[in-house]
Design a protein around this ligand. Structure first.
Ligand code: ADE
Ligand code: ZN
Length: 339
């Protein structure tokens, strides 16, 4: 193993951009379909794997929503979440801030409490079981209406002490952040943290809207911000974290080649970028795989890798005192590796 990969493995890290439904591995999809007697258009694992091939965000989302159909019971959501946590514990992940898409489930008749109960059961057990702490972020699907988002917020009301933030995901083009300004305002009034996918496929104006109209605390993706120097300065000066997802960007053709990924440039511009896996079952790798492939493709230095690990904690919603403990652990590992 290269020195760089050994350092990546050894560093404590947080993951800040992960869709739980996007951690549905082909094997699990087959298993859940069988145990719930759900018809799926695939007979073999190879057929599922072949379907996990995309050329843009919408291509992926079509399969992603189809895959969700096998998630039926609290146990399914628990098992899905637990498998993700177990997998990233092996990557030395110490804290996760994970998304779920309640509307992807309520729309097909699964009551709101089914996914959230299963997910929380696995997340609550994670500290003892895997040494992983968490925050849970409920996403609104942006291809649906703001009225739908308000209805989802109403269903979430009994759970709001267990939900730390809200996000905005799904088809970006044609669904600008401003469409959700009122519901984000209502969420802010309830003390929730706010994040939004912006600038993944959408233009820099969507990132401006997420900052100015949704008043987000963190930007998910944000790649296309680099097209606008004034926007880069805004993000940098506000200290906003970007949750960037390199292997997702490659799979969805946000970049044509990982060598062209802007991660190194983001760091050079002074942006607080982080590395994340987005939908690891669909995009070819969990957190350390994203670090490894990005480091190799764009030539990240050991110092940059350590900076990225630190950004993952300072960009998290953990209290400063807890962040500081993780930063001290990172310094200890860095010293061991002579950095
Ligand atoms: N990368 C992504 N962009 C938008 N919506 C998503 N839902 C799951 N993954 C997503
Ligand atoms: Zn995402």
């Amino acid at each position: 193993m290269s020195d760089l990969n050994a350092l990546i493995d050894a560093l404590p890290k947080a993951e800040l951009h992960l869709h739980l439904e996007g951690s549905l591995e082909p094997e699990q999809l087959m298993e859940f379909a069988a145990r719930n007697k759900v018809d799926i258009p695939f007979k073999t694992l190879e057929e599922v794997r072949a379907a996990y091939e995309f050329s843009n965000l919408q291509d992926f989302l079509d399969i992603y929503y189809q895959g969700m159909s096998v998630l039926q019971t609290e146990a399914d959501f628990h098992d899905l979440t637990d498998a993700y946590l177990k997998r990233v514990a092996a990557d030395n992940v110490r804290h996760v801030e994970v998304f779920f898409d309640p509307q992807g489930h309520t729309e097909r008749g699964i009551p709101f409490e089914v996914p959230i109960k299963g997910i929380l059961k696995a997340l609550d057990a994670a500290e003892d079981k895997y040494g992983i702490t968490y925050r849970l972020i409920m996403c609104f699907l942006r291809h649906l209406s703001e009225e739908d988002a308000f209805e989802t917020l109403k269903q979430a009301e009994p759970w709001l002490s267990r939900i730390h933030g809200v996000g905005l995901d799904s088809s970006e083009m044609g669904h600008p952040p401003s469409k959700f300004a009122k519901v984000f305002e209502a969420c802010r009034a309830r003390g929730l943290k706010l994040v939004a996918h912006a600038g993944e496929e959408g233009p820099p104006s969507y990132v401006y809207e997420a900052i100015d109209e949704l008043k987000i605390d963190r930007i998910d993706h944000g790649n296309r911000s680099l097209e606008d120097d004034a926007l880069v300065a805004r993000i940098r000066d506000a200290g906003l974290t970007l949750t960037v997802c390199p292997l997702s960007n490659l799979s969805l053709c946000v970049v044509d080649d990982l060598k062209d990924h802007p991660m190194k440039k983001m760091l050079a511009l002074g942006l607080k970028a982080t590395i994340n896996s987005d939908d690891p079952a669909y995009f070819g790798g969990y957190l350390n795989q994203n670090f490894r492939e990005t480091a190799a493709a764009v030539g990240l230095t050991r110092e940059e890798i350590i900076q990225l690990a630190k950004n993952s904690f300072t960009g998290s919603f953990l209290p400063k005192a807890e962040q500081a403990k993780h930063l001290a652990d990172i310094d200890e590992v860095a010293a061991r590796y002579g950095v």
